[in-house]
Design a protein around this ligand. Sequence first.
Ligand code: PXP
Length: 250
Amino acid sequence: MTQPTDPLRLGVNIDHVATVRNARGGATPDPLRAAKLAQEAGADGITAHLREDRRHISDADIEGLMQVLTVPLNFEMAATAEMQKIALRHRPHAVCLVPEKREERTTEGGLEVARDENRLAHYIAPLRDAGCRVSIFIAADQRQIEAAHRIGAQVIELHTGAYCDAHAEGDLSTRDRELEKLREMSTFAQSLGLEVHAGHGLTFETVKPVAAFPEVMELNIGHFLIGEAIFRGLASAIHEMRRLMDAARA
Ligand code: PXP
């Protein structure tokens, strides 16, 4: 059973280094360089989302990450045949299934597992057989967590976006309600034997309450860290996030 002293891992999402690179269509800033720097700064893993429209991370980035990383790669992808083929070719440490809509600016909600259980169970089986840890990005919703468990996922990543948005909007009652849902569903998921991760929209201001949940084993954080890197450097931003996570855990 997880104890409050279990270490909390920080996965650094480098997608938005690629967003800036792609804005000019050239080679800089290089997401691989950012990944290596994040590794040196204490990231426990690197997360990258290969979207169907390749708007940020490219196939070549994934190839490069598989070659240069010494920490695990958490490969985020939609549950499509194309992505399954790519994941099976690279066999990253973890595959995180996320919903994807072409018109969205970012991953807006959790994956609808309960309504697509049969297909997803068949979809993840070969990924598990290939040795990938299968994670499902879902809302803090008991029905979805139970479905993720039934299909054989080893990990769920709880979507912290609603909590972070409410905080940013100053809607404290919604923020606290969302946080409570995350807390309850972390406990519930762990009771089923699922490893619990969390992420989306986390910042220096919002990370601590989530990091304090003893069931949460990993946080995946990207956009805020890459933005903060403009002002203080990536290593410094990661060190500060790590410090806040450790303080919450202590
Ligand atoms: N976890 C998952 C599954 C995501 O899709 C994302 C966004 O790509 C993140 C974590 C990181 O979110 P953010 O970039 O807002 O920190």
